[in-house]
Design a protein around this ligand. Structure first.
Ligand SMILES: Nc1ncnc2c1ncn2[C@@H]1O[C@H](COP(=O)(O)OP(=O)(O)OP(=O)(O)O)[C@@H](O)[C@H]1O
Ligand SMILES: CCCCCCCCCCCCC/C=C/[C@@H](O)[C@H](CO)NC(=O)CCCCC
Ligand SMILES: [Ca+2]
Length: 587
């Protein structure tokens, strides 16, 4: 098959003669007749050829075809030289070729189209698109119609577009309506809108498989439809963490070429019932309080988070709780190994092999064995109790424009684990340092009051008596002033008390002493009283329960994305290595 797809000939681009070569995985063209030696080659992986059209074609400002007999136009993914803040920006590349004869032109178009079909099996033909007209800066409709729709039209994707009229319309549609014929679902909006698609698709898939979502021990069925995200929200964390940039053109091009990025999903349960799914943040304390505060200021748009962040920081709160976690089995990586999950990540690929041992390519045979959960014994849970600034669980790095490295910079998108970040109570300056480090490349875990664990499940409950305290507080009868004992840490390690764990307890006790003697500068801030309970922020939604159980499901959904492309990791494939599996970046 592959030999049939090879082709080589002379072609013209403008007045310059080129040697064009199609070698299975790449389409290259090199200037000939050039005096000096460094002949320029442009090489495009066939998987990144977007469309091949007869004639000299332009699409902007509107489609124009000059059908010269011997001409053809190739549209492809071109990486922009101006980098996005984390990953690479993609743009529409276009080159018009002229062949010596019409027969040769027809051969080129036929071979290129066949090569694209062979090397991009997941390209969508039909998409269901949901636009939230009120997300972020309310530009969803404009972004879709001016930027995305012309690209979908160019490549022949047919789309059914629904502009939502109410919250949860997209979720309900996906749960109930006929989805036959669709290859994927596109959401134009922010993380909240993505959450609707996530819940709709996961719910639908489990319904059709006869699985119960309420039980955290049940191995859920991965969703067959891909999800595309066109960013038009306030944080756009999921888009940023899976593509590396917030850019509608880049995202549309990932959708068009049928990129496929598996994603871990965390299910959150309360009292034997599913509450929500999450991919980026299940956070109690600071992040819950910021979200609750920000809801009062929705009118501010994306700025509401900055304002609310400052208000909540100044209110200097911490909360008591018991956190229990199941450490990840046979972890392939650690949250402090300083690596990053980038496009082609080997940790995630090895997780895919564990999850789909019989068919790593197609992913059709799902190994319940790997994600087994039901036979976990109570003794495997590690338990810690104390007072926290925040407790956060994230299935991925959760990087976003506010925090380019993310909540957990070395977390993986698709390894079946999450990172649990415990920020113990500390003085206001210490907590500010922790927060500030999210905006730089400094290690936010290298602080004595912070710990991070790679986990597969987490349980949170209120410390004994806390529920009554909360009630009293709400009834206005709570005692004023902080009990010194409350600030201390109580830790119970229900598994084994290894020396390392004892050392950690020692460090925290030391910190507790420091906490009891705040500097006069900080006194004004740190003596205010916290309410007894916070709320959970679950991907930007407030949860109605405090006591929850979370479980990470490995690769439950797939996005039209490929992870963050690191420009510095790009390598040049020498001639002959055109089967590069890293989809190398040459142009
Ligand atoms: N037509 C609509 N009217 C009101 N709310 C809607 C509508 N369509 C969707 N929603 C809801 O709006 C919420 C916020 O939308 P979205 O996530 O797109 O923007 P955002 O909140 O500004 O961004 P981010 O979630 O990235 O912070 C979502 O939770 C979604 O359920
Ligand atoms: C002194 C400088 C301090 C700066 C502190 C920056 C800390 C930034 C961490 C950002 C973490 C984002 C995690 C993602 C959460 C999303 O699922 C959610 C929905 O969009 N966003 C928020 O809840 C919005 C949450 C906003 C929190 C600030
Ligand atoms: Ca993960």
């Amino acid at each position: 098959m592959e030999t049939d797809l090879k082709l080589e000939s002379s072609v013209f681009v403008g007045n310059q003669r080129y040697r064009a070569v199609l070698t299975g995985w790449h389409f290259n063209w090199t200037e000939v007749d050039k005096k000096h030696r460094d002949k320029k080659t442009i090489s495009v992986p066939v998987a990144e050829v977007l469309a091949v059209e007869e004639g000299r074609v332009e699409i902007l400002p509107k489609k124009l075809v000059e059908d010269k007999d011997k001409d053809f136009t190739v549209f492809y993914v071109k990486r922009s030289s101006s980098r996005g803040s984390s990953g690479l920006l993609w743009r529409l590349g276009r080159t018009q070729f002229r062949c010596p004869s019409r027969v040769l032109r027809d051969q080129w178009t036929k071979h290129l189209r066949a090569a694209v079909k062979t090397h991009s099996p997941l390209r969508p033909h039909k998409l269901l698109v949901f636009i939230n007209p009120f997300g972020g800066k309310r530009k969803g409709r404009k972004i879709y119609h001016s930027v995305v729709a012309p690209l979908f039209e160019l490549v022949g994707i047919s789309s059914h577009v629904i502009v939502t009229e109410r919250a949860n319309q997209a979720r309900d549609h996906l749960l109930k309506k006929d989805l036959t014929g669709f290859d994927g679902v596109v959401c134009v909006g922010g993380d909240g809108m993505f959450g609707e698609i996530l819940h709709g698709l996961i719910g639908r898939t489990q319904q059709e498989s006869g699985l119960c979502e309420n039980d955290p021990a049940v191995t859920l069925q991965p969703c067959p439809l891909h999800i595309g995200i066109i960013p038009a929200g306030s944080t756009d964390c999921v888009c940023y963490a899976t593509v590396g940039v917030i850019d509608p053109v880049t995202s549309a091009l990932h959708i068009i070429i049928g990129d496929s990025q598996p994603l871990d999903v965390c299910s959150v349960h309360h009292a034997s019932a599913l509450v929500r799914y999450s991919v980026s943040l299940v956070g109690y304390g600071f992040y819950g309080d910021v979200l609750a505060e920000s809801e009062k200021h929705r009118w501010m748009g994306p700025l509401r988070y900055d304002y609310s962040g400052a208000v909540v920081y100044l209110s200097n709160r911490s909360y008591k709780g018991i956190v229990q976690y199941l450490p990840a089995d046979r972890p392939l990586s650690s949250p402090r190994d300083k690596t990053r999950c980038l496009s082609g990540c080997s940790v995630c690929s090895r997780s895919t092999e564990r999850l789909f041992p019989h068919s790593p390519d197609s992913g059709t045979v799902y190994s319940a064995q790997y994600s087994q959960f039901s036979n976990v014994s109570e003794g495997q849970w590690v338990s810690v109790e104390g007072r926290f600034r925040c407790v956060s669980l994230t299935c991925m790095s959760s990087c976003c424009p506010k925090s380019p490295q993310g909540l957990s910079p070395s977390a993986h998108l698709a390894d079946g684990t999450g990172d649990l970040i415990l920020v113990w109570d500390t003085n206001p300056l210490g907590f500010l340092k922790f927060l500030y480090r999210h905006t730089s490349t400094q290690d936010q875990f290298d602080l004595p009051f912070v710990e991070v664990h790679r986990v597969k499940a987490v349980r949170f409950s209120l410390a004994s008596g806390e529920e009554e305290d909360a009630y009293e507080e709400l009834a206005g009868q709570g005692s004023v002033g902080m009990d010194e004992e409350d600030r201390g840490y109580v830790e119970t390690v229900s598994r084994s008390s290894s020396q390392q764990q004892l050392a950690a307890i020692g460090t925290r006790r030391q910190m507790t002493k420091e906490l009891k003697t705040p500097s006069p500068f900080l006194c004004g801030l740190c003596c205010s009283k916290s309410p007894p309970v916070s709320v959970w922020n679950c991907d930007g939604e407030i949860l109605p329960f405090t006591e929850i159980v979370c479980r990470i499901h490995c690769q439950l959904v797939r996005l039209y994305a490929r992870g963050i492309e690191d420009g510095t990791a790009a390598h040049n494939c020498s001639e002959g290595s055109d089967k590069c599996e890293r989809r190398c970046i040459l142009h």
